[in-house]
Design a binder for this molecule. Structure first.
Ligand SMILES: NC(=O)c1ccc[n+]([C@@H]2O[C@H](COP(=O)([O-])OP(=O)(O)OC[C@H]3O[C@@H](n4cnc5c(N)ncnc54)[C@H](OP(=O)(O)O)[C@@H]3O)[C@@H](O)[C@H]2O)c1
Ligand SMILES: C[C@@H]1O[C@H](OP(=O)(O)OP(=O)(O)OC[C@H]2O[C@@H](n3cnc4c(=O)[nH]c(N)nc43)[C@H](O)[C@@H]2O)[C@@H](O)[C@H](O)[C@@H]1O
Length: 322
């Protein structure tokens, strides 16, 4: 389909980091008929409520950025919720979208769908070729189910349902709760707070998780929002596309970069009782590049923007339990 500026676009999860970035980017491009509801207004795990919502709102396009999301520890600690809630949310959205003849559905998954020890960089074809990383296999299984459900609809009904697999994301409106966050916002918060708490003129020590040796790729969330709009406005023609920068670095090097940006001069300790997770998950982004989309924001530039956002908004995190 070719969306018009008044096409009715429902962004599920529009208050989250990803959904809100997509909303802002669509608004900036002039899309005027955006639909969003918070989880307190509409619990997407509730099938009947989702049915009523679709019947009333009649979206023409659905972008699914709603999910139970968290970093390595949250994933490993709540396997049932990460599996069940994600399947409930996506099943309700996809099934109602199919029944009510939504013209385009974009499902967002994650790079953890690929096997733990798959060759690098990860090509879309490597899906279901080996065992998953145990810390997040529950979330990964839910996301694989979402990819396959969209693929089944595409195959059986010829409808434009497709999946984008973003690498690890970061940016404004990220989650800075140290128990549930991903590594990049956790490092910004830990290093910033340690910089501010000096003891005898020395900045405090920061404890990070694992060995620091895993490799990760990071994409600025506003670049992902551009990729989603690219997929919305172009008929990509296939079911599954990786979205990333195609570059990675070690967790240790990420810590050194954030330390420099934040201005922390204290010591960093690595707590190897915490899991490392998958050793590497670098995306092969050639399919998206060939389609015509490429990430724009360099890692240092993106972290500087995110840190600036954190400094402006950190009062909101004060009540979060560490
Ligand atoms: N963050 C990453 O590093 C990353 C990496 C790859 C892929 N992704 C994917 O990107 C998508 C969005 O992630 P995010 O980082 O933006 O997460 P987020 O900030 O936690 O946002 C998740 C959104 O989902 C909504 N939601 C959760 N449970 C819901 C429910 N039961 N009913 C209704 N809404 C519900 C929340 O709504 P309320 O705010 O109203 O509660 C929230 O707006 C997910 O599909 C995720 O897998 C994220
Ligand atoms: C994108 C998401 O990635 C998630 O995997 P994954 O990259 O390991 O998740 P992260 O939580 O970002 O952790 C990445 C790496 O950073 C290390 N790390 C170091 N210090 C910290 C810290 O203070 N907090 C956190 N959170 N990590 C830290 C962590 O041990 C791991 O090796 C998956 O669990 C999800 O399913 C999803 O796919």
């Amino acid at each position: 389909m070719n969306p018009k500026l008044n096409t009715r676009i429902y962004i599920a999860g529009h208050r989250g980091m990803v959904g809100s970035a997509i909303w802002r980017a669509l608004e900036a491009k002039g899309y005027s008929n955006l639909i969003g509801t918070s989880s307190s207004e509409l619990d997407l795990r509730n099938q009947a409520a989702v049915h009523d919502f679709f019947t009333n709102e009649k979206p023409e396009v659905v972008i699914d950025a709603a999910a139970r999301v968290g970093g390595i520890l949250a994933n490993a600690s709540f396997p049932y919720q990460f599996l069940m809630e994600n399947m409930q949310i996506q099943n309700n959205l996809i099934d109602e979208a199919l029944k009510l003849d939504v013209q385009k559905f974009i499902f967002l998954g994650s790079s953890c769908i690929y096997p733990k020890l798959a060759p690098q960089p990860l090509k879309e074809d490597y899906l279901l070729t080996g065992p998953l990383e145990p810390t997040n296999e529950w979330y990964a299984v839910a996301k694989i189910t979402g990819v396959k459900t969209c693929e089944a609809i595409r195959k059986q009904f010829g409808k434009d349902f497709s999946s984008l697999m973003p690498t690890n994301l970061y940016g404004p409106f990220d989650n800075f709760d140290l128990n549930t966050s991903h590594v990049l916002p956790a490092m910004i918060r830990k290093l910033h707070e340690a910089k501010q708490s000096t003891v005898d003129g020395q900045q405090s020590t920061v404890t990070l998780w694992g060995t620091g040796s895993p490799m990760r790729e990071f994409l600025f969330v506003e670049d992902l929002a551009e990729a989603v709009i690219f997929a919305l406005e172009n008929n990509l023609g296939d079911n599954l596309y990786n979205v990333g920068t195609g570059e990675d670095l070690s967790i240790k090097d990420l810590a050194l970069l954030i330390q420099k940006i934040v201005g922390h001069t204290g010591e960093i300790i690595w707590d190897s009782s915490k899991p490392d997770g998958t050793p590497r998950k670098l995306m092969d982004v050639s399919k998206m590049t060939q389609a015509g989309w490429k990430a724009k924001t360099g890692l240092e530039e993106g972290i500087r923007k995110t840190y600036a956002w954190f400094l402006k908004n950190q009062e909101n995190f004060k009540e979060v339990k560490i």
